[in-house]
Write a protein that binds this ligand. Structure first.
Ligand code: SF4
Length: 413
């Protein structure tokens, strides 16, 4: 959207330093808290810019347009598909001075909407969205209602964008989507994620291809036999597990069992011996009793993820899980979160310690000064954060360094 405004002669200013004529809030609706924050920000921008045209768009607007329509601070409410025409709607408001609410039924959207040429400000890593929408309907999640059904971006358009990125000197791309594993499901010709990755791998100037969060069931021997031929693929996979108890997974409407998940992890570890696995876990899902949490805990101990993002379950209005009985008390959720975060830190520390004395290739991203010493921070291809002391500017360079000490946040050796 920034790009669209710039192309039409608008100047983009920092909301903290300048008064604006137009303020756009791109809302999120992933939790009830995100809705609250979106409303708060909308009110705040109006206070800071009393004469500005205030636009609310994004997922909250898409799903709960009525709530935003009723807010007097807002002049324009747009859905996700209308973002492409944002300048047109702003200019229409300037002429007519009448509230605009324009939201298409996202379920009618059949094609991936291209946003035109995007200017990248990143130096080392660019995130490329190749797919939108989700057909999974996990019982706790509002995303399918906000983003609609699976739509994939054409391979040639993705490749063209990545070629432009490579020309700018960016070395790493992160391939993302709302449900990446569904890439191609809406095409008639059988194209799938692996076909896309094979084409991206051919782009000169790109050194690393990182995959965003991946539905585990895409991993099988056929997929892996093709994947290991792509030398730019990073050996880092974020597989969203959510729970290690089959009973909880069933209530979540996740489409795999822990047995299947374990098998998938074994396949990954068989093909890549340096693979790093990270995951997301929800604790305190409705009905998660001590026994089910214990199952999750033991399963996680067995899998040993390098890092786990732990989320206490937060009810999302409009979802099935919100209406489930046996909602879990907040203190219990907190206790369970802490237990898993501790395990995650221990796993990370243990893995990092094994790297001491080893040489790794790091793509350096940015400097950091600590106690008057200049460090450069970067990641290995399997996404281990490395800091290296250097007076020389290492930004956007891949360098081989030797690991000397190991630590994780809050835990030191
Ligand atoms: S797969 Fe992900 S985006 Fe889709 S419904 Fe489940 S949690 Fe939401």
């Amino acid at each position: 959207m920034l790009q669209k405004f710039k192309e039409n002669g608008y100047e983009v200013v920092d909301i903290n330093d300048d008064i604006s004529d137009v303020c756009v809030v791109n809302t999120c609706t992933v939790t009830n808290m995100s809705d609250r924050k979106s409303r708060h920000i909308l009110r705040r921008v109006k206070v800071l810019n009393p004469n500005a045209i205030i636009v609310a768009t994004g997922c909250y607007a898409q799903v709960y347009k009525k709530e935003l329509e009723e807010m007097p601070e807002i002049d324009i409410v747009l859905g996700n598909e209308e973002k492409n025409d944002i300048v047109h709607f702003v200019e229409r408001y300037q002429n007519e001075k009448k509230k605009i609410v324009q939201i298409q039924d996202i379920n009618q959207e059949k094609e991936f909407e291209e946003m035109g040429e995007i200017t990248y400000t990143e130096k080392t890593r660019a995130v490329i969205k190749v797919q939108d929408g989700c057909n999974q309907f996990c019982s706790y999640c509002i995303i399918p209602y906000a983003r609609g059904r699976v739509r994939s971006r054409k391979i040639e358009n993705v490749v063209k964008e990545i070629e432009r990125i490579a020309q700018k000197g960016i070395k790493e791309v992160v391939i993302t989507g709302i449900h990446l594993a569904s890439y191609g499901k809406d095409f008639k010709d059988g194209t799938s994620l692996i076909d896309l990755l094979e084409e991206i791998n051919k782009v000169d100037g790109i050194y690393r291809i990182r995959l965003g969060s991946l539905e585990p069931k895409i991993i099988n021997d056929n997929f892996m036999r093709r994947l290991i031929k792509l030398e730019k693929i990073c050996h880092h996979f974020h597989l969203s597990l959510q729970s290690g108890s089959n009973k909880t997974l069933k209530r979540m409407n996740r489409k795999y069992t822990t047995e299947e998940f374990k098998n998938i992890v074994e396949i990954l570890r068989k093909y890549y011996n340096d693979v790093i696995l990270t995951t997301d876990i929800i604790v305190g899902f409705p009905g998660e009793n001590e026994e089910e949490f214990e199952e999750t805990y033991n399963f996680l101990k067995e899998i040993k993820f390098y890092k786990m993002h732990v989320f206490p379950y937060s009810p999302r209005k409009g979802t099935l899980a919100e209406r489930m009985p046996e909602q879990v008390d907040g203190n219990i959720k907190e206790k369970r979160s802490k237990k898993l975060i501790k395990m995650s830190e221990q796993n990370q520390l243990e893995y990092n310690k094994k790297l001491i004395g080893k040489e790794v290739d790091v793509l350096f991203e940015e400097p950091e000064e600590k106690n008057n010493v200049l460090f450069y921070k970067g990641h290995t291809q399997n996404y281990i954060l490395v800091k290296h002391e250097s007076k020389e500017n290492l930004e956007n360079q891949i360098k081989r360094v030797k690991i000397q000490t190991a630590e994780v946040e809050n835990v030191k050796t």
